[in-house]
Design a protein around this ligand. Sequence first.
Ligand SMILES: O=C(O)CCC(=O)C(=O)O
Length: 264
Amino acid sequence: MKLTDSQINEFDQRGYLFFPNLLDQEEVTALQNVVPEILNRPGPEVVREKDDPAVARLAFGAHVYSEPFARLVTLPRLLEPVKQLLRDEVYLHQSRMNPKPGFGGGGGWDWHQDYPPWYLIDGMPEPKCIMAAVFIDDCTPVTSPLLVVPGSQQHGLLDSKLHEDAKDRGYALHHLGPEAVAELANDGGIEPVIGPAGSVALVHCNVVHGSANNVSPWRRAIMYLNYNAVSNACNKEERPWYQNNRDFTPLQASRDDCLGTIHS
Ligand SMILES: O=C(O)CCC(=O)C(=O)O
């Protein structure tokens, strides 16, 4: 899939592009089938909700230990547009699944940009990184969709504060103050990223985003594949492999049908 100049321009202006149904039903099913085993992993790469350790809040690194997600990373439909937008070869800095179970089990996310921990902790020189949000489940207005402030990436790295209990949480989130969010939102608005399972949003890593608690009965899992430009490789090694991948080998596109051929 080759992006048009107008799509590239839209990404540069608004900070994200949305592709409904980029994956077909068979491909979505291959991914959905392995979600429970990923969330049941005992390792530190699966971070649990603070108030309820039975519930997984984030699963890092599934592309390393789960075949369907490994195949997803190099799907040409996904990889080629990311390379086009970053104007470079890319590697995967990190993957994380946010399963967001229903009935309030999947907690909200304060407003933040993704780039600050990558810059400050992992030593990523520039915000040349794209978060590909792959919808594993339907994302609807009632399942606490991802909310983005279009165009906010144009303000660069904003002042933010690392959550004080980041070490206990097992991940770093630099949240923004209410005044900054209000100013940006009054200017650019807030958009919910909504679509059926299999849809994909490509989001610039400085786009301000967040989400609410999922009080609906339905799970709303999204896999975030965070691709970084090879020329922008990280230079610090503080965090483990599942948060700061040190293999900068450029990713090669696989066959476009490689995910749909997995049968359980
Ligand atoms: O999936 C969500 O609800 C938000 C997740 C998020 O903001 C993040 O992982 O950076």
